[in-house]
Ligand binder design. Structure first.
Ligand SMILES: Cc1cc2nc3c(=O)[nH]c(=O)nc-3n(C[C@H](O)[C@H](O)[C@H](O)COP(=O)(O)O)c2cc1C
Length: 179
């Protein structure tokens, strides 16, 4: 029987959608039947054999609606293989030494999720800075200033090879292995 996997996500400016799609494609290539859906459109999870959930980071945390989604489904999620990911800008900083230094802090942004449901694997990925898509002018201004200060550039920093590789690793962790 093929394994049905839900890849679900929460996004503000759209970049996490592409990450979720790429994870979904990697799992499909490994033989799973995958549904990729925004969390807001997932009614229930009993039908799935495994779940991968991810969110954009804002204010050093998953989006509140993403954490709330995991909390509301935690009883069901705890009974399935579960993996989680985040998409952020810290990992896209121009100073690569600072990126390496920041990795443990970024990994720790998963703690609230991990506390709700144990994870088999966690993926942390650089995302996108598209100033035009940031809804609040105050946030837009803040990010514009940080680009002028040289912290990061505007652009798409999603590392498709790393995302694909993590999706492949997940297949080993979430799909039943042949004996
Ligand atoms: C209001 C706002 C706050 C953000 N806060 C953080 C943050 O605290 N740390 C970080 O690394 N990235 C932060 N980011 C960057 C986003 O995580 C990044 O742009 C990501 O790709 C957005 O994903 P989305 O397009 O799916 O919303 C923030 C972005 C916005 C718009």
């Amino acid at each position: 029987m093929p394994t049905h996997i839900l890849v679900t996500y929460a996004s503000c400016t759209g970049s996490t959608v592409g990450v979720a799609d790429a994870i979904g494609r990697a799992l499909t290539e490994h033989g799973a039947i995958v549904e990729v859906r925004p969390m807001a459109q997932v009614a229930g999870i009993p039908a799935y054999d495994a779940v991968v959930a991810g969110s954009a980071i804002q204010g050093k945390a998953w989006l509140p609606e993403a954490t709330a989604w995991v909390r509301s489904h935690q009883t069901d999620l705890r009974q399935k293989p579960f993996a989680a990911f985040l998409v952020c800008l810290t990992l896209a900083m121009k100073n690569k030494a600072q990126v390496e230094q920041a990795r443990p802090m970024v990994a720790d942004w998963m703690s609230p999720v991990r506390a709700l449901v144990p994870t088999r694997s966690e993926g942390c990925f650089p995302g996108v800075l598209d100033l035009a898509k940031i809804p609040s002018w105050r946030d837009r201004m803040g990010f514009r200033i940080s680009t002028l200060m040289g912290v990061w550039d505007e652009g798409d920093f999603r590392d498709w090879d790393a995302i694909q590789a993590w999706g492949g690793e997940l297949a080993d962790l979430l799909l039943p292995q042949p004996v």
